[in-house]
Ligand binder design. Structure first.
Ligand code: FCB
Length: 435
């Protein structure tokens, strides 16, 4: 392996989200995912996140695990309905705030930098009853919620992620109906939902800045659509860039340039585009896979991976080059000040062996190849400032329930025992070698 060298500030960490690990639902308001999971057929294994990894009660143990892994960063999300059970300031919960205060303190006591995500898909159900993200007011409620969280934590938290994967909210939650709230809407409605999410992002970025001042590092976590040229021919490379622009401009032009591309205009009110293009300190890239593109008479076409191509249990192809191309394209076209890999990782069929160990060589190979491509892009000038692996531990994988194990730590759900997998030790050693 080529030696990777990064400075001490480089973030090496793990990522999770509240709904997927916390459990303790009785202590918070209802979210759209609680409601969605009740409908038969929505969750693959019929499971719920009622207990999940029981992290709400076991967070000290989980922070100790992070420390053992030798990491310096941890990305988690704040559950909106735990802080505001009905999604408004009327229903403020000190107990909710207290939990995140303690979590932040525990992390800092181990020298781990907390990165806080404000929206990782947990819309309070009472806001959904008022129209959810179809209703512009939801962006305003999110702004208020963000202020509350920033006021409570910004004396100790300096890294903020406004919204996680707004594209997934629109595509899986409002177009395909497979994520909460489970709609199948028309394109015009989808554009409006996207606009409200972008607005929510911008309003939250401003709210956090106002509460925490200039030192705050603010960004979002986006699953940019990654395209890989099928060959290095000029035609294929140009075709790939066209495909890239078509998918990414509707999201990235508003964020980086304050405009929507032609043909994708939602209803916009005065000032919205300024809010949405509030300068970011970093762009968070969530990266799992990409598609291959080549030139064709219709400008470009996708080239599918053969069925025999290596895949994770999510069915996602293993394509390390997607990290390189994802980073390079973003850097070339939008020049973010800094790019943080806010998620990357893989689900495999992990099992506990007769000696109580979990060996996951596929995950190690996956991470090694993905990180190598990230550092290749860094060497070529991309301002990559950290890597956060999805995920610290196996957890509730949305519509797939507990069928997918993404963790570097195995969770035995019946006993809630945590077993670090071999990839956890591998990741610790990988980081050590870079120091
Ligand atoms: C991302 C989500 C995260 C997790 C991973 C596997 O899209 O942000 O919560 O589900 O995928």
């Amino acid at each position: 392996m080529e030696k990777v060298e990064v400075n001490k500030k480089f973030l090496w960490g793990m990522a999770t989200s509240a709904y997927q690990i916390e459990g303790a639902v009785e202590g918070r308001g209802e979210s759209i995912w609680d409601r969605f999971a009740q409908r038969p057929g929505n969750i693959l294994d019929g499971s719920r996140a009622t207990i999940a990894c029981d992290h709400f009660r076991r967070f000290q143990e989980d922070v100790a695990l992070l420390a053992d892994l030798g990491l310096n960063a941890y990305r988690f999300s704040v559950s909106w309905p735990r802080i505001q059970p009905d999604g408004t300031a009327r229903s403020h919960s000190e107990r909710g705030i207290d939990f995140y205060n303690k979590l932040v303190d525990a992390l800092l006591s181990k020298g781990i930098i907390p990165l806080v995500t404000l929206y990782h898909w947990e819309l309070p159900q009472s806001l959904e009853d008022l129209g959810g993200w179809k209703n512009r007011d939801t962006a305003r409620r999110f702004e208020e919620f963000s202020s509350v969280v920033a006021r409570a934590l910004s004396d100790r938290v300096h890294h903020w992620i406004t919204v996680n994967e707004p594209r997934v909210v629109v595509e899986l939650g409002y177009r395909d109906g497979i994520h909460a709230p489970g709609y199948r809407e028309k394109p015009a409605t989808l554009r409006q939902v996207a606009h409200h999410l972008l607005l929510a992002h911008g309003l939250a970025a401003r709210a956090v800045r106002q509460e925490s001042g200039q030192s705050a590092q603010i960004g979002l976590a986006d699953n940019c659509a990654i395209k890989i040229p099928f060959s290095s021919s000029l035609e294929d490379v140009a075709a790939t860039r066209s495909a890239w622009r078509q998918d990414n401009e509707p999201w990235l032009d508003p964020i980086f340039k304050g405009v929507y591309p032609q043909d994708s205009h939602p209803a916009v009110m005065a000032g919205d585009m300024n809010v949405i293009s509030t300068p970011l300190d970093f762009y968070g890239l969530n990266v799992y896979h990409g598609v291959r593109v080549r030139a064709s008479p219709a400008k470009w076409e996708l080239v599918n991976f053969p069925t025999s191509h290596p895949r994770t249990t999510m069915g996602w192809p293993v394509v390390p080059e997607c990290v390189y191309h994802g980073l390079m394209d973003l850097h070339d076209v939008y020049h973010p000040r800094s790019i943080l890999m806010t998620e990357t990782g893989a689900a495999f069929r992990d099992t506990v062996d007769s000696r109580g160990k979990v060996h996951d060589p596929d995950r190690i190979a996956f991470l090694e190849s993905y990180l190598t491509q990230g550092f290749r892009a860094k060497k070529e000038g991309v301002p990559l400032t950290g890597v956060l692996v999805w995920s610290l531990m196996d957890n509730f994988e949305w519509e797939r329930g507990y069928t997918q194990r993404f963790g570097l730590v195995y969770v035995d759900y019946p006993t809630q025992r945590r077993i670090p997998k071999s990839s956890a030790r591998w990741f610790r050693d990988y980081r050590r070698k870079t120091q």
